[in-house]
Design a protein around this ligand. Structure first.
Ligand code: MIC
Ligand code: SF4
Length: 652
């Protein structure tokens, strides 16, 4: 029996455990990436592990999220990150150089390598056949130090592509089709592997759009094989020597197969307020207030040149605002040299920095009650920065068509020529905004810049004998990390945990933080009760770290998404599931609750415990590996890692 590509790469990198789908394995990580919003905390944690160097083949620190710089906070973070990169031998991609995933794809991602990134869209690099996984910053810090990354050996879904895309149907519509089938929940522990003759029709940036937004299904990652098209892309990036062929064995066995005929794909959108809410553009008839083109999903050279060609010679309607953020400096300078930029400006587009910007809601928030058409990957309620805005996620050609007409428009209805743009044979290569590592001898003396925004990472105490406190909040299904730990205007506090903790659950319950800290100060524990797919979306570990700071000891949910569940464990919060989902009804906000003997249960490797709430006994399940139980006993991954390295040093 042959192997899937996923299994091949994982087996080649196996560092701990034996490979069996559903079981935990540890893998060696070749490359890491961080971005500033998660990276500052990741490097603070790396520092507190006391390591002198990174142990990966390549680690890159990007600054792309917090580039607004209103106040000193973001700039303090940038200076800290630059000095850390200098000290530890990490590549530093400076603000302005572009969005981490776009730049990593262009300049660093390699077929067959493992990549761990402190951002949920790290799977973008799956477009070149890299096994690229998003994780919390602490997991990335451990991997940077040479520690294994632990994940569930996945079940692999074969997404089999046949045929080729018709004009105006795009890679974005392919991934929206996949989302319409898989939805945003129920895919934990799976990987989407793309196969079939339809693949050869897709360029690497198109494949990367698909693997990028695959994150919204909740899979561990998505991956394409590395073929002649991959080689062509790497050659155009001046990196042909980094090409290796990567493919599944002919007789590979998959968990299941999704058949997608590319000829049948048509323009689609994710309607408010979930990426999984997929509708046909033809079925929408809505005026638009704002159109935003960019983000790590759709901001490549071809995406923007197609947009420019469509907009050429036209003008932005009076009631519409159009913002365009090229994904990288390479894209920006290429569209400038090839005349695209001029066409965009003449149309009336507002040209934005090559960064995350609008996608994370820290700029370009639309007006009240508006409709915003965006080429990004998430449209959770309020993520744009405007609570009642309705965000539709589409391809760049649909966004451009909508900017032309002022209403959501299927570009086929414009009756204009299809803007056929080929991927360049040679991209503009200028790595001047990436600072490479210095030789080891010259970097040791580097002084780390710690402005007032750089706090200490809080460390948790060991797991107590019993958990005893209150249900401080009860939420329903599909609560995302944007609900738990808002970004946007609050993003600048990422390096200041006490301050950022004031905003935990702000979009759903403004008083949560003060209630939780009062309970913590009275030596009681806070418990969160949740519905299905709790913690969807981002990898932000602050959605676990800040609750930990507020004294949260347990989350009891119908189900918890992969990265968030791992982050909870990493910060010493026990992720429980209900033995009977209907018990969610028995745990309203404010109820006193006790989980007796939790420490003992973790020590004795029990899977089931119970909670007592007002004379009712509620059965709870723990789906944890032995390693995770030990992490929880220690109070989190940081104390666990420090303890483990002390024990190792003593043993020598
Ligand atoms: C996002 O798209 O939600 C983010 C912002 O990129 C996050 C990371 C973060 O919260 O810093 C992600 O996707 O992991
Ligand atoms: Fe940045 Fe948006 Fe991509 Fe997240 S999804 S990395 S905020 S562009």
């Amino acid at each position: 029996m042959g192997y899937t590509l996923t299994e091949k790469i994982l087996r080649q990198h196996l560092a701990d455990g034996s490979y069996e789908p559903g079981k935990e394995i540890g893998i060696k990580i070749d490359q890491t990436l961080t971005q500033d919003a998660t990276g500052t905390m990741a490097y603070l944690q790396f520092e507190s592990m006391g390591l002198s160097d990174i142990a990966t083949e390549l680690s890159v620190s990007y600054v792309d999220h917090n580039t607004i710089q209103v106040g000193f906070e973001n700039a303090d973070d940038h200076a800290y990150l630059q000095s850390i990169a200098k000290k530890y031998g990490i590549y530093f991609s400076r603000p302005g150089n572009g969005i981490c995933h776009q730049v990593h794809l262009e300049r660093f991602a390699r077929p067959g390598k493992t990549l761990l990134g402190s951002d949920s869209h790290t799977p973008t690099a799956g477009g070149v056949g890299s096994l690229a996984i998003g994780a919390g910053g602490l997991d990335v810090a451990v991997a940077m130090g040479g520690g294994a990354y632990y994940l569930t050996a996945p079940r692999v879904i074969n997404v089999h592509l046949t045929g080729s895309l018709a004009p105006w149907a795009t890679a974005k519509d392919v991934v929206l089709k996949v989302l319409s089938i898989l939805s945003t929940k129920g895919n934990i522990g799976c990987v989407c592997e793309y196969t079939g003759e339809g693949i050869s029709q897709l360029t690497v940036p198109e494949r990367a759009t698909i693997t990028n937004m695959g994150a919204e299904t909740g899979v561990t990652t998505s991956i394409f094989p590395s073929d002649e098209e991959t080689r062509r892309f790497l050659k155009a990036q001046g990196r042909e020597e980094q090409w290796t062929p990567q493919a599944a064995d002919k007789d590979a066995v998959y968990d299941r197969t999704l058949e997608i005929d590319l000829c049948e794909i048509e323009p689609l959108a994710s309607a408010p307020h979930s990426p999984g809410n997929v509708v046909r553009i033809r079925d929408l008839d809505l005026p638009v207030d704002q159109v935003m083109i960019g983000s790590c999903t759709n901001s490549s050279y071809v995406d923007l040149m197609m947009t420019a060609t469509m907009l050429q010679g036209r003008h932005l309607p009076a009631g519409v605002s159009l913002g365009i953020a090229p994904g990288s400096r390479q894209v920006l300078s290429s569209i400038a040299k090839n005349g695209g930029l001029d066409k965009l400006i003449s149309f009336g587009a507002r040209i934005l920095e090559s960064s995350c910007g609008f996608c994370i809601g820290n700029s370009m928030s639309p007006c009240t009650d508006s409709v915003s058409v965006r080429t990004s990957n998430r449209n959770f309620k309020g993520r744009s920065g405007t609570a009642n805005a309705r965000v539709y996620l589409t391809s760049p050609v649909v966004a451009a068509a909508s900017a032309i007409t002022g209403k959501i428009t299927d570009p086929r209805d414009l009756k204009i020529d299809y803007p056929r743009i080929n991927m360049p044979e040679h991209f503009e290569i200028d790595d001047n905004m990436i600072i490479p590592p210095l030789p080891t001898t010259t970097r040791k003396e580097t002084k780390i810049c710690r402005g007032p925004n750089i706090g200490e990472p809080p460390v948790n105490g060991p797991m107590p004998g019993d958990i005893s406190g209150q249900v401080t909040i009860r939420v329903g299904d599909l609560v995302t990390t944007d609900h738990i730990m808002p970004a946007g205007s609050r993003l600048k506090y990422r390096s200041n945990v006490p301050k950022y903790s004031e905003f935990v659950f702000e979009p759903v319950d403004k008083d949560f933080s003060s209630r939780a800290s009062a309970l913590r100060d009275s030596s009681l524990h806070n418990i969160i009760v949740a519905g299905q797919s709790y913690g969807q979306g981002s990898s932000r570990e602050h959605a676990a770290l800040c609750p930990m700071y507020l004294g949260v000891k347990a989350v009891i949910a119908k189900s918890i998404e992969r990265i968030h569940a791992a982050n909870l464990v990493n910060f010493g919060i026990v992720p429980f599931s209900f033995a009977q989902e209907s018990d969610w009804d028995s745990l309203p906000e404010g109820i006193a609750i006790k989980i007796p003997g939790i420490r003992k249960a973790l020590e004795t490797r029990k899977d089931e415990v119970f909670a007592e709430a007002e004379n009712k006994q509620i059965n709870l399940k723990m789906n944890l590996s032995d390693r995770q139980r030990d992490i929880l006993l220690a109070g989190g991954l940081l104390p666990f890692t420090v303890q483990a390295s002390r024990t190792a040093r003593k043993g020598k």
